[in-house]
Design a protein around this ligand. Structure first.
Ligand code: HEM
Length: 522
């Protein structure tokens, strides 16, 4: 009220001029807004200033995106406050824009909470396209390109043998064993440091950090993402900063601890070559601070555990619901490998149905449900007569894309056959689950190797069966998934039963040998 008093005291004409000024500005903004919305791809109109923010749920927004794509078409638009958002609902649209026009579609939107406040612009996954991102991406590429990724097969095979042993003795906690496997592979590759249990401090601390990061990166969750002008308020009034800033301090302490540990083992000559030791060796040449390196080398730790373990959980869920696919895969394994030895990487080319099961798992319920991380377009663009403004956030909504009945008939069914018989080259090399263009997942080779060795061995050794209550099978809901950018099944129960005595003996012998190679003391 006190703010209004001076306004009421100015002479009548001045007051009128101010009110008219406000009104004209409002009218200009609103007309411009409607003109913009008309030229953009179809979608719910929303309101000036707030756009469609109120229509996008905080919980699993991809469901809403999928239904909007069904209603308005494969390319739709929304406004999150002042930021245009484009949602791509078919692979064709995503390939045409994000792959073919990757020179302008390879940036990221501003992640005010997750990228700037929480991560101080040090997590490359959220960096805009440019020099800093390129430098970061080079480190990832040199550690994970196809030939380099194959050098980690020994670690992956041994960790998978240990996982099989845990699965045999403690089948109830199958999800924990999958997570331990995925965690130990990335910590070995990144820090030359394996993990024996998901309860270990470094796994728990990383999970906490990643859960927090994915929980803040949900579109619509923070008003400041669509109204960045709130950052101009005095810091003490920016109520949204407190929590992410506290988490940042915790993240920095954790990542620097891992960095310093590698550095001191390098000084003692007590470390094998790993991603961190190599990056530290080149740190000064690249002009990187210790903290820059600590964040960069933690990338696989952040991006490679939930995605890999989550996809393997999805595989278990699919096997429960589609036992005929499991039987067919087991027939192939029995014919090609037999019960006396475990499948190995060199069997891969002779196991096409296993490869098809993996592709179908990645399709049926993609863990990176919104395409991993959204892209942003760097210049104004036009697609099929529709205007896509510079700075638009672009979601490749894998939830909807993978359920497109034109590309994947009977999309709710788990049908590996669609990949076995595929003539379309984009299904033969199925990289759709790993994203697009210059931002495509750099860990895809490592991930596919992990998926192959574990899916092949699990199906070779075990039947995955439902639990029974009062003679009735209990099947977990196929849509009960977690929230967040990586969405995996909410923990469920099943029986993991060895198929015969021979596989049990083989697992015991192979896991002992693997432990000896990895110097596991427990
Ligand atoms: C089944 C496992 C995995 C799936 C389904 C997956 C999927 C994805 C997807 C969809 C993206 C977004 C790409 C885009 O923006 O267009 C992505 C990005 C990324 N992934 Fe993966 N990923 C997996 C495993 C891994 C692993 C094991 C690593 C690390 C070694 C990794 C590291 C990354 C990084 C660093 C990015 C960001 C790339 C950038 O912004 O330039 N991912 N992933």
């Amino acid at each position: 009220m006190s703010l209004l008093i001076p306004l009421l005291q100015v002479p009548g004409q001045t007051t009128l001029a101010i009110v008219a000024g406000f009104f004209l500005t409002f009218l200009w903004y609103t007309l411009r807004w409607f003109r913009l919305r008309r030229s953009m791809p179809p979608g719910p109109l929303g309101f000036p200033f707030i756009g469609n923010s109120h229509q996008i749920p905080e919980i699993k927004p991809w469901r809403k995106f999928t239904s909007l794509n069904e209603q308005y078409g494969p390319v739709i638009s929304l406004m999150m406050g002042d930021t245009p958002v484009i949602v791509l609902g078919t692979a064709k649209a995503a390939w045409e824009l994000l792959d073919k026009r990757s020179d302008i579609y390879s940036s990221r939107p501003r992640f005010i909470i997750g990228g700037e406040i929480l991560s101080d612009n040090k997590r490359g996954l959220m960096l805009p396209y440019g020099e800093a991102w390129r430098k970061w991406r080079k480190i990832l590429h040199s550690a994970f390109h196809a030939r380099r990724a194959d050098t980690y097969r020994g670690i992956q095979s041994d960790e998978s043998k240990i996982m099989m042993h845990q699965m045999l003795h403690d089948p109830e906690h199958f999800e924990r064993h999958l997570q331990r496997y995925a965690a130990s592979v990335v910590t070995s590759v990144a820090y030359d440091r394996r993990v024996d249990s998901v309860d270990e401090w470094i796994v728990q601390e990383n999970m906490q950090a990643m859960d927090y990061l994915t929980s803040v990166n949900i579109p619509g969750k923070y008003i400041v993402e669509s109204m960045p002008w709130l950052l101009r308020l005095p810091k003490s009034l920016q109520w949204f900063r407190k929590e992410p800033e506290a988490q940042r301090q915790r993240d920095v302490a954790f990542l620097m601890h891992l960095y310093k540990d590698v550095e001191s083992r390098m000084k003692d000559g007590a470390i094998s070559d790993c991603m961190t030791s190599q990056t530290i060796a080149n740190r000064e040449k690249n002009g990187w601070s210790e903290l820059d390196v600590a964040y960069a080398v933690s990338t696989p730790f952040g991006a490679g555990i939930e995605t890999t373990a989550g996809t393997l959980s999805i595989f278990f869920l699919a096997m429960l619901h589609f036992p005929e696919a499991m039987r067919k895969a087991q027939e192939e394994l029995d014919k090609v490998v037999g019960p006396d030895q475990m499948p190995e990487f060199q069997d891969k080319d002779r196991l096409p149905y296993i490869s098809a099961v993996i592709n179908e798992t990645l399709r049926w319920r993609p863990v990176a449900v919104l395409g991993g991380s959204p892209h942003a377009v760097m210049t104004d663009d036009e697609y099929q007569g529709m205007y896509i403004p510079k700075g638009s956030t672009i979601f490749a909504n894998l939830d909807g894309i993978m359920q497109d009945p034109e590309m994947f008939p009977s999309p709710e069914m788990f049908l590996p056959e669609r990949f076995v018989d595929a003539t379309d080259p984009r299904l033969q090399t199925f990289d759709l689950p790993f994203g697009f263009g210059r931002r495509i997942c750099p860990g895809a080779h490592l991930a596919l190797n992990s998926l192959f060795i574990n899916v092949a061995r699990i199906l070779w050794a075990f039947d995955i069966l439902p639990e029974y209550v009062n003679g009735e099978p209990i099947l977990p809901d196929t849509r009960n998934f977690t929230n967040g950018f990586n969405s995996r099944p909410v923990s469920f129960r099943c029986r993991v039963v060895p198929r015969n005595d021979k596989v049990e003996k083989c697992i015991l012998a192979e896991s002992e040998a693997a432990k000896a190679r990895l110097l596991v003391t427990k």
